[in-house]
Design a protein around this ligand. Structure first.
Ligand SMILES: [Zn+2]
Length: 109
């Protein structure tokens, strides 16, 4: 299994875990229809909710990147910067297996 497959599996697992937490939170909110504005418990649920949905959005992006990287691995362009066409350094790919840009291009935005 390549590090990319492993990376994707981790992202999928993270996403599943976040979905579980969000589902549990949704249940907690439904069983306690308190006023979010004035109930400290309610506002804790709200901030948990926005933290988890933020993390989930991140994970969805990571998953898309991992899928794109796997596709590029299949067509032989994996590890090549999509912007400048140079090879992405292996140490960067080790840290971010789904990176599609070299550091210079990623920093340029
Ligand atoms: Zn580049």
């Amino acid at each position: 299994m390549s590090s990319l497959d492993e990376h994707r599996r981790e992202v999928v697992e993270r996403l599943a875990r976040l979905d579980d937490e969000l589902a549990a939170l949704r249940t907690a909110r439904a069983s306690d229809p308190a006023d979010d504005e004035h109930d400290p418990e309610g506002s804790t649920l709200s901030s948990d909710w926005s933290r988890l949905t933020g993390l989930r959005a991140d994970a969805v992006v990571q998953l898309e990147l991992a899928d794109a990287a796997l596709a590029s691995e299949a067509d032989g362009t994996y590890g090549v910067c999509v912007t400048c066409g140079r090879q992405i350094p292996p140490e960067r790919l080790a840290v971010r297996p789904a990176a599609r840009q070299c550091v210079a291009c990623a920093n340029r935005g």
